[in-house]
Write a protein that binds this ligand. Structure first.
Ligand code: ADP
Ligand code: MG
Ligand code: MG
Length: 248
């Protein structure tokens, strides 16, 4: 599904990614771990198409197609979802209305009519029941006064509704309490299927107590320096990142 080969990227002239390789297949959950400043968020943002970065070398393919020239919206329409893509507060626009607009924008880009209101309501009902999200939450103003857990609930709801092929969840660690972690983990576990893939970026092993990844990668100094199964996360938790430094 996702194939990244020899990715090099700079920010403001500084090299951040230095030859990164990553391959993610449908049906898989990958975790990317690594110390602060390693380039994890940079990788997520580049896959999603944010333009603050100079990609100087490498290939990013989604389902066999080079996506490196596509705008973020086009990548989203091709099934890429990045958490916190829509962190804006929009007073007066509810969680539900926002997602309706996003879904219809995606449909329009594909030349489709708006989703019939009846189908939209059915989908909202099904997904919110699956994720145990109550109606009151759906009518709240987008991100306005949301707690950490509510922000996560909103993100996971967006992910459920947009049915992305590839979800990238950049769990920028700080402020994620146990409730928020559970919301993310339950969502990922429930939405996982043989047709989609999830990449979870995290600094800590905690989240991986609830989601068992198929692969764990260590990103260090702009490269994936080690790949293993879920036990690698435990090893990192026990040993820290210093031993990785010696390998890199
Ligand atoms: P991580 O998510 O692994 O903590 P980041 O990808 O956020 O790491 O950052 C990687 C490096 O790039 C860090 O050294 C950071 O200071 C630098 N960096 C990130 N964003 C910017 C930016 N907008 N301008 C300048 N430097 C940046
Ligand atoms: Mg960071
Ligand atoms: Mg980060």
């Amino acid at each position: 599904m996702l194939k990244i080969n020899n990715l090099h990227a700079k920010i403001e002239g500084k090299s951040i990614l230095k030859g990164l390789n990553l391959e993610v297949n449908a049906g898989e959950v990958h975790a990317i771990m690594g110390p602060n400043g390693a380039g994890k968020s940079t990788l997520a943002n580049i896959i999603a198409g944010k333009d603050d970065y100079d990609v100087t070398d490498g290939i990013i393919e989604l389902n066999g197609e080079d996506i490196s020239e596509l705008a973020p919206e086009e990548r989203a329409h091709n099934g890429v979802f990045l958490s916190f893509q829509y962190p804006v507060e929009i007073p007066g626009v509810s969680v539900t209305n926002f997602i309706k607009t996003a879904i219809n924008a995606t449909r329009k880009a594909k030349g489709l009519e708006d989703m019939p209101a009846k189908d939209m309501l059915k989908m909202i009902r099904e997904k919110s029941e699956l994720l145990e999200i109550d109606r009151k939450f759906l009518s709240r103003s987008l991100n306005e006064g949301f707690s950490g857990g509510e922000k996560k609930r909103n993100e996971i709801f967006q992910m459920a509704m947009l049915e992305p092929k590839l979800s990238i969840l950049d769990e920028t660690d700080s402020g994620l309490d146990i409730d928020a972690l559970r919301i993310v983990a339950n969502g990922v576990n429930k939405l996982k299927s043989k047709d989609n893939a999830v990449v979870i970026i995290t600094h800590y092993q905690r989240l991986l107590e609830y989601i068992v990844p198929d692969f764990v990668h260590v990103l260090y100094d702009g490269k994936i320096v080690k790949t293993g199964d879920a036990s690698l996360a435990l090893e990192l938790e026990a040993k820290g990142y210093d031993w990785i430094k010696e390998m890199a």
